[in-house]
Design a protein around this ligand. Structure first.
Ligand code: DMJ
Length: 466
C-alpha cells in the first residue's frame, strides 16, 4: 500500500517567526465549568518549563540529560557519549505548543550545529526511534525546518539493519550506527512493535515506503505468534519466533505494542493494524480484566491458558486507559483511570510498582512518569470532562511539591518517606510528555488541534500541530 498517497498533507504553520504571530499566551479554556482558573495553571506549567530549560541550557546543553539536584549532566542514549542532545530533541514540540519560541529556536540551532549520527556506537533501536526519530519528526512538523526531517531519515536509515538482518522481520534490540552490526535477539513486544507511527510518518514525508514496511512486518511478526486465545507473552526470540516467557501483560515490556497497533490504523488508515488491535483488545478484555473492591484492573495472565499470574501493576500500565479511550472503549477507560486516581489519592505520587490486591507499593521509586497524565489528556480530549483536568492538576501540584530540585525536576528514590527522597535525574520524556500533557490539558492553546490529533508513545505530536 502506498501509505503517503492516502493522505493529504496537513497545512501547518511555517517558520518559527510566523508561528510566533499566533501569540504566545494560551487562550482561556472554553470547557471550564467549575470556575477554576485553568489559564493561570497553564501559565505556571509554561513558566516551570522555561525555568527548567534555562537550567538545562546553562548546565547541561547538548548532553542527553541534566541531573537536576547536582546541576551536572549525564548521557542516556550512548552511555559513554557523545551526548546526542536528547533533552533538546524531546522538548521541541513541547516548546512549540507552549509558544516558547526563542527556546525552540535555541534548541534547533544546537541540533543544526552539533547533531549527527555518524558514530561508531550502539543505540537501543526502540529508544532511538520513539525519542529521537519521533522527536525530530515532530520538531520538523512544528518548525518546517527540513534539516530535522533529514536527520530523522538519516537515523532511521541507520536503524533499518536491525529489521533487515532479522530472519523474522522483528528487529534486534541494538544496532551500531556506523557499521550496522546488530545484537540481542531476545526482545519484547514493545521493542518489536513500536515503530509504525514514526516510520510511517517518515515514509509519508519522504515518499519512501521502506520504513513503513519494516515497521509493519515487525508488528505482524509479533501478532502472528499470538496464542490460540489471542494473547502475546512478553519475551520472544526474534530469530526463531519462539516465546521465552508465558506472561501476558498490558504493561511493560508489551505496552506500546498495543498502542501502535491502534496508531497504524489511526494515522494511516491501515485496516490490518485495526484488525490486529481489535483481536488483542478483545482477548485482553476477556482474560485480563479483574474487578476488585469496585475497581477495574488488568491482571497478568498465562498467555495460553488465561490463568492469572499476579496482580502487580507497573505505573506505566496507566497508559492503557488512554488507549482504550482513543479506540472508543470509554467505559473501561474511565473505570481503569479512576482506579489509578485512587492510587494517586493514596500515595500522592504514583509508585513505580503497585499491587492492587494489597493496595501496597511493590517498588517505591518514581521515575518521573507521565503515563497517568497521558491518559488524563486522552480522556479529556475525547470527553471534555473537567474531571480528567482535575486529576492532572493534582498530579502536577504533587510533582511540583516533591520533584522540583535546584536545577529542574527529578526522579524520586522513595515516595514512602516523608519528605519523599529525591534522586538526581530528569529523564528525556519529562520534556516530551507530562509537561506537554499538563499544558494541553490546562491551556486550550490554538497551536494544537483538540479535535483531531495523534500523540506517539513518547508524547510527540505527529498529527494535530497548528
Ligand atoms: C516513555 O519513554 C514512553 O512512554 C515509553 O513508551 C514507555 N514509557 C516511557 C516513560 O515512562
Amino acid at each position: 500500500m502506498n501509505v503517503y498517497k492516502r493522505f493529504a498533507r496537513r497545512t501547518v504553520l511555517g517558520a518559527l517567526g510566523s508561528a510566533g504571530a499566533l501569540g504566545v499566551l494560551p487562550p482561556r479554556l472554553a470547557s471550564a465549568k467549575s470556575g477554576f482558573d485553568w489559564h493561570k495553571l497553564a501559565l505556571d506549567v509554561r513558566g516551570e518549563m522555561a525555568w527548567a530549560w534555562r537550567n538545562y541550557v546553562e548546565r547541561a546543553f547538548g548532553h542527553d540529560q541534566i541531573k537536576p539536584v547536582s546541576g551536572t549532566a549525564e548521557e542516556f542514549l550512548l552511555s559513554t557519549g557523545p551526548g546526542l542532545g536528547l533533552s533538546i530533541v524531546e522538548a521541541l514540540d513541547t516548546l512549540y505548543v507552549m509558544g516558547l519560541d526563542s527556546e525552540l529556536e535555541e534548541g534547533v540551532r544546537w541540533i543544526k550545529n552539533n547533531l549527527h549520527f555518524d558514530i561508531d556506537g550502539e543505540l537501543q533501536v526502540f529508544e532511538a526511534n520513539i525519542r529521537m526519530v519521533g522527536g525530530l519528526l515532530s520538531g520538523w512538523l512544528a518548525t518546517k525546518n527540513k534539516h530535522l526531517l533529514e536527520l530523522a531519515q538519516d537515523l532511521a536509515n541507520r536503524l533499518l539493519p536491525a529489521f533487515a538482518k532479522s530472519p523474522t522481520g522483528m528487529p534486534y534490540r541494538f544496532v551500531n550506527l556506523k557499521t550496522g552490526a546488530v545484537r540481542d535477539p531476545a526482545s519484547y513486544p514493545a521493542e518489536i512493535g513500536t515503530y509504525i507511527s514514526e516510520f510511517g510518518t517518515l515514509s509519508r514525508a519522504v515518499g519512501d515506503n521502506r520504513y513503513y514496511d519494516a515497521a509493519k512486518k515487525a508488528a505482524k511478526g509479533c501478532f502472528d505468534q499470538r496464542s490460540s486465545i489471542d494473547l502475546v507473552a512478553d519475551n520472544i526470540d526474534i530469530e526463531t519466533g519462539k516465546w521465552l516467557s508465558r506472561r501476558a501483560s498490558i504493561g511493560p515490556p508489551s505496552d506500546s505494542y498495543f498502542e501502535y497497533l491502534y496508531g497504524g490504523w489511526r494515522l494511516f488508515g491501515d485496516a490490518d493494524f485495526k484488525n490486529w488491535y481489535d483481536v488483542h483488545a478483545k482477548a485482553i478484555a476477556a482474560y485480563q480484566i479483574e474487578i476488585l473492591d469496585g475497581r477495574l484492573w488488568f491482571t497478568q495472565v498465562d498467555f495460553e491458558t488465561g490463568a492469572r499470574l499476579d496482580r502487580h501493576q507497573s505505573e506505566l500500565a496507566a497508559f492503557y486507559a488512554g488507549l482504550l479511550g482513543k479506540a472508543g472503549d470509554m467505559e473501561h477507560a474511565r473505570a481503569y483511570l479512576n482506579s489509578w486516581a485512587d492510587v494517586q489519592a493514596r500515595f500522592g505520587v504514583l509508585p513505580e510498582g503497585f499491587d492492587y490486591g494489597t493496595f501496597a507499593a511493590t517498588r517505591s521509586t518514581n521515575e518521573l512518569r507521565p503515563e497517568f497524565v497521558d491518559s488524563c489528556l486522552a480522556l479529556f480530549v475525547h470527553s471534555g470532562d473537567e474531571h480528567w483536568q482535575q486529576l492532572a492538576r493534582i498530579h502536577y501540584e504533587n510533582m511540583k511539591a516533591t520533584s522540583r530540585g535546584p536545577y529542574g525536576y527529578t526522579i524520586i528514590d522513595d515516595i514512602t518517606t516523608k519528605p519523599m527522597k529525591q534522586g538526581d535525574a530528569c529523564p528525556g520524556y519529562w520534556w516530551a510528555e507530562q509537561m506537554k500533557y499538563y499544558y494541553l490539558l490546562f491551556s486550550g492553546t490554538n497551536r494544537f488541534n483538540y479535535k483531531r490529533n495523534y500523540l506517539s508513545t513518547e508524547g510527540k505530536i505527529l498529527d494535530g500541530l497548528r
